[in-house]
Design a protein around this ligand. Structure first.
Ligand code: NG1
Ligand code: MG
Length: 521
């Protein structure tokens, strides 16, 4: 089937040559850990990569397009399955992790006629598997009928995506789990769109109101390409060549070793931002559109989003000048939205619940019921102006970056430098916007970006959710060592790092990273 998850013939299909020396023993470990735990060999291994986000930060949950790229670090799961006993009322899952001391093995039963139960209030690593299982079972029931019961499964997991590092360890586990469950239930060609959509929905069951960038990047990425992902009007992903068509450029990922756990800090960080942009959309809608105009309910994690505002603005508020509005390019639309936001959301100091409720003509209680009942957040003031401006300018930067990549003016050496600088400066603008408007950076990542830029990086920015984690740097290949040395000297040498951490601190993105199934032994 077109658009289905490929089967890899060998590890060399999955990993860059340079990684094989460490990946081959790692896979052997996975297989032997499996055998040791369950007493037989697995029947297949499912694999999904982590991702680095090149551009488009914190805009996926507002349904604006993003540009991530898969990385070599991944989640792998060795799996075997067995049919349920006649009349069994539940299926049994046994799951272990190669790093048993950090991620303890567990066993659980799932009733064959109910959704997998996930307790989002407890932070357990197996929740990510459960969320993939839950989504996959739901899809299988839709496809095969409500009396579909599933199979017993034994699973061994290993992950190399650092947890809380902004490289999407969670989505790598969720998409691998969903893929594993589909395959264990006999689906030979797992459809990428279906898999991504189910992974997006099921990851929210773990308690983070994320967008769909990570799952799309993990599932749709193709070797040697970044991925342009759109969410509206439907999920679409297409590869965009960066290296190797521009062999002079590469991306370096640098860890700050500041970890940020969304499950702990969500109420003041990630989930709060989701609520702030939803408030912003509702506020702009209430002020600018004819009264009674409702934002689309199916858009965004809260059933409401800035994209919803965007559409509403152009289809309702501009009704008098509809044809003019319709003929605007996406870039021109965003420019307009930026101007409108500046005029409408004027309070630099933020907005209280009372102020927002008043504009929406609801009580504070109604506001909370609608926006924050399911998402715990802690804040007194909501920075609607800053957050909305970040979202619209970031959405615009993604489009500009994409245009540059796909239609580069590239005729000579001086042009190449200019082109690289233009790409880099867009990434730098994103970092400024994250630091100043979205306030999701951290001093360590700001410092790392500054060191890298001074050492010759064209563009440096924190990547992923933020408040710690990784940064990504656009560097010409001949400057990589120089940038690494500067970061080592001015940042890493001042920290106490383990040998493992030292090895992971700085990594150049390799060209092979995509989701796959593997049957070799
Ligand atoms: P990371 O950095 O992997 O935690 C999160 C969200 C994305 C996106 C980015 C910010 C999850 C699973 N993913 O990614 O959807 O919103 O932050 O751009 O929470
Ligand atoms: Mg994550």
């Amino acid at each position: 089937m077109a658009g289905s998850v490929p089967v890899a013939g060998s590890l060399a299909d999955i990993y860059p040559t340079a990684a094989l020396a460490t990946e081959a023993p790692r896979w052997n470990d996975l297989l032997s850990s499996f055998e040791k735990a369950y007493g037989h060999k697995p029947s297949f291994v499912a694999r999904s990569p982590g991702r680095v986000n090149i551009l488009g930060e914190h805009i996926d949950y507002s349904l604006y397009s993003v540009l991530p790229m898969a990385i070599t670090a991944d989640a792998i799961m060795a799996v075997s399955s067995a049919p349920l006993a006649e009349g069994a009322s539940s299926l049994k899952v046994r799951i272990g992790n190669v790093e048993n001391s950090k991620f303890a093995a567990s066993e659980f039963d799932v009733p064959v006629d109910a959704d997998v139960d996930i307790d989002a209030s407890k932070f357990e690593w197996t929740n990510y598997f459960k969320s993939g299982l839950r989504g996959a079972m739901k899809l299988l029931r839709e496809k095969r009928g409500q009396d579909f019961k599933g199979v017993n499964m034994e699973i061994m997991v290993d992950g190399t995506v650092p947890v809380g590092g902004g490289l999407s360890s969670s989505a790598a586990i969720v998409t691998t789990s969903a893929l594993a469950v589909m395959k264990a239930n006999g689906v030979d060609a797992v459809d990428k769109t279906e898999l991504t959509e189910l992974a997006i929905v099921s990851e929210r069951a773990v308690g983070v109101n994320s967008g769909g960038m990570d799952q799309a990047a993990s599932v749709f990425s193709e070797p040697g390409s970044a991925l342009f992902v759109s969410f509206s009007p439907r999920l679409e992903a297409r590869p965009v060549k960066i290296p190797p068509t521009r062999p002079e450029l590469c991306f370096l990922i640098a860890q700050s070793f500041v970890t940020s756990n969304k499950h702990v800090t969500g109420p003041i960080h990630y989930n709060l931002r989701v609520v702030e942009v939803s408030f912003a959309a509702a506020y702009l809608n209430a002020v600018l559109n004819p009264s009674g105009t409702r934002l689309p309910v199916d858009a965004g994690p809260l059933g409401i989003s800035l994209q919803g505002f965007h559409d509403t603005y152009f289809y309702h508020a501009n009704a008098s000048d509809y044809s003019a509005a319709k003929s605007l390019t996406k870039e021109e639309e965003l420019e307009k939205l930026i101007a409108v936001t500046k005029e409408t959301l004027t309070q630099e100091e933020g907005y209280t619940r009372e102020e927002i409720a008043k504009v929406l003509s609801v009580t504070v209680q109604e506001l909370e019921n609608r926006f924050t009942a399911k998402i715990p957040i802690r804040a007194e003031r909501f920075m609607l102006r800053q957050r909305a401006l970040h979202v619209f300018t970031e959405a615009l930067r993604v489009l500009k970056f994409l245009t540059l990549l796909e239609r580069p003016v590239h005729t000579g050496a001086s042009d190449t430098t200019r082109f690289n600088k233009e790409l880099g400066s867009i990434m730098n603008e994103t970092q400024d916007s994250c630091r100043i408007l979205y306030e999701n950076s951290c001093p360590e990542n700001d410092k790392i970006c500054q060191i890298a830029l001074e050492a010759g990086s064209y563009g440096s920015r924190q990547t992923g959710a933020g408040w710690g984690g990784c940064s990504v740097h656009l560097i010409s290949v001949d400057k990589v060592e120089q940038v690494k040395e500067a970061l080592e000297r001015e940042y890493y040498s001042k920290m106490k790092l383990t040998e493992d951490q030292k090895a992971q601190a700085m990594v150049v993105i390799h060209e092979k990273a995509y989701q796959a199934l593997y049957f070799g032994s």
